[in-house]
Design a binder for this molecule. Sequence first.
Ligand code: NAD
Length: 252
Amino acid sequence: MTWTVVTGGASGIGEAVTRRLRKAGYSVVIVDCSAPADNTDSNDIIFRQIDISDEAAVEALAAELEESGVRPEALITCAGVLQRPLPPDKLSWKEWDLVQNVHLRGTYACCKSFGSRMASRGGPGAIVTVSSVAGLQSSPLHSYGPAKAAIAHLTRSLAMEWGRQGVRVNCVAPGFTKTPALDRGMTRKVLSATAMEKFSALGRLVESDEVAAAIEFLISPASSGITGVVLPVDAGNLAAAPWRAYESGEPG
Ligand code: NAD
């Protein structure tokens, strides 16, 4: 049994990753602060309700799994919260800290507990962190964007730290992806489907399973020569950015 750990596996991109990995024959430890809707009563799945920004809880889980003989060979860090687009004078420290803690501290805590164990065993190990196009270009998300940029940077540092011990560390940077979190943003009219579709080369949003497919590739032997990269899965959101300056903003 090849065990993987998927944070945020109860919803959205993490749920799609869990589904895809199980279908490919992996066993999955879902780590999420909310319970998954799907039944987790199966011997290829373990669910633990944990806040990933609580480093002691993350470390206790890694130790518990190791003791019980579950040695994850992959970690995918999907858990996250979105942020409201607010100017600095309106963005509270509470919200700023929450976003930093879940994304940057939480990703680091999971890498520290699970990645260090993979490295000390000499591998094999593969970690995929989750950044965002908001971490690669500016946006009105003054905590989320910097946290996602830091995750991309951390990915490269950890790739170098653990590469010689058989652990690869890569990152995906999704564009606007159809998930419950994005739906909530559209319901609150923070995000517009028309604008998101227009500012992409493919003229559409990304499907959760498209991000999951890239993640499956990055933990599989097919990507054995790849480490320290940040792979956008964005339907061409980054490629579309300079077109916004032109009147039509669209091809043709
Ligand atoms: P989602 O809300 O559908 O799923 C996120 C999951 O993370 C939920 O199950 C939630 O319970 C869990 N979670 C949140 N905080 C947690 C914590 N402290 N500890 C443990 N679990 C926690 O969101 P999504 O859209 O699937 O986002 C997944 C990841 O992808 C996030 O990191 C997000 O920033 C990133 N992302 C999403 C998009 C998008 O358009 N949806 C774009 C770029 C990046």
